[in-house]
Design a protein around this ligand. Structure first.
Ligand code: ADP
Ligand code: MG
Length: 341
């Protein structure tokens, strides 16, 4: 764990990290994924306005690391400050500190040793004590925006804030099927993926049986020009058949190197891949994970990293479109039309 130097900090796109409960959830979820967790449990109360809790079984932190993790601009993820080589979801070292600025944050963690550490930040006061817990990390956030009346007042009704949370968590759960992700709201389970690695299993958990049945999986690779070299691009995921559509593009989900992103160009490439199979003004249900060489991606162009810059983006989009249209043309789409064989 190191403190980033001023220069690196300045190069990191600035942005207000915590704007609403869903941001808190996403930052904690990304930290759990970066820690190599295989199981992540997310519990929220009142749409996250009262409480957010994320429990993971990842590598955890030592007492020293835990105390430093809540300081500003401390990260374990940029070994030599080289932003170009970053392969983790986080790298700015500001999420925990920013959350602790506007809420009470309690972190309990164990890196596999005999004792765990509990760090609490409340009103700027940091307390560190020894406690018990197995390997992994639990972060609990309460009193969100207690010291930011304007932000507190601008939060939507719990049901609306929860919709955002649920949508964001679903994206990670669908696009990282190797991790078991569960979401609970006010004590009621929303969904829980099994972590089997299967996109279909994750879709069955997040959606209903119909979407899971009326879909095909895809695993394609293409050689794509990226700058002046050829790069191997992988496209994997799940495509619901065109018999299942939605009125908005919200269910067209895409990840680049494991990071869910909101990139209209890639979204449109997926929709283009469905071509005329899709009724006009309807959108498909799809979750595609695109992998490109890390050096071709700059994740540091957007405050919430919802967009990344890809060198050779057009060629990557073409590869996505082709992967989708090939997968749909080989799938037995008539299955959904009850054709007797
Ligand atoms: P970043 O993720 O950009 O490094 P954060 O403020 O989100 O910044 O986290 C700071 C550091 O705390 C991380 O670099 C990591 O070392 C540690 N950390 C945070 N959450 C976890 C977790 N769930 N498991 C293990 N380590 C964590
Ligand atoms: Mg982080």
């Amino acid at each position: 764990m190191r403190r980033l130097d001023r220069e690196t900090v300045d190069r990191i796109a600035a942005g207000e990290v915590v704007t609403r409960p869903a941001r808190v959830v996403v930052e904690l979820l990304e930290n759990a994924l970066d820690a190599g967790a295989e199981r992540i449990e997310i519990e929220v109360s009142a749409g996250g306005t009262e409480r957010v809790r994320v429990v993971d079984d990842g590598r955890g932190m030592s007492a020293d690391e835990a105390a430093r993790a809540v300081e500003r601009h401390t990260t374990s993820k940029l070994p030599d400050g080289d932003l170009r080589a970053v392969e983790t979801l986080g790298f700015r070292g500001e999420a925990l500190a920013s959350i602790a600025d506007v809420a009470t944050l309690t972190l309990t963690t164990n890196d596999g040793g005999s004792r765990a550490t509990r760090v609490q930040v409340a009103d700027g006061d940091v307390t560190v004590e020894a406690t018990g817990r197995g390997r992994g990390t639990t972060v609990e956030v309460t009193d969100l925006f207690h010291n930011r009346p304007a932000r507190r007042a601008s939060m939507a009704a719990p049901a609306t804030e929860f919709e955002r949370i649920s949508d964001r968590v679903a994206a990670y759960a669908l696009l990282r099927p190797e991790v078991a992700v569960s979401l609970e709201h006010d004590g009621r389970r929303t969904f829980a993926t099994p972590g089997s690695g299967s996109f279909a299993d994750a879709a069955l958990a997040v959606y209903d049986r119909e979407v899971a049945r009326e879909s095909t999986t895809l695993a394609a690779t293409a050689s794509v020009p990226v700058g002046d070299e050829e790069a191997s691009v992988g496209v994997r995921g799940l495509l619901a058949y065109p018999s299942i559509t939605r009125a908005s593009a919200d269910h067209v989900r895409i990840a680049v190197n494991g990071r869910p992103v909101a990139m209209p160009d890639l979204r449109r490439a997926i929709t283009r891949g469905y071509g005329s199979l899709l009724p006009g003004d309807r959108y498909p249900v799809a979750a595609l994970s695109v992998s490109v060489p890390a050096r071709a991606v700059d994740p540091n162009v957007h405050p919430t990293k919802a967009q990344v810059a890809i060198r050779g983006a057009d060629a990557v989009a073409d590869a996505v479109e082709e992967g989708v249209s090939d997968a749909l043309s080989t799938a037995d789409l008539r299955r959904s039309a009850d054709v007797a064989m």
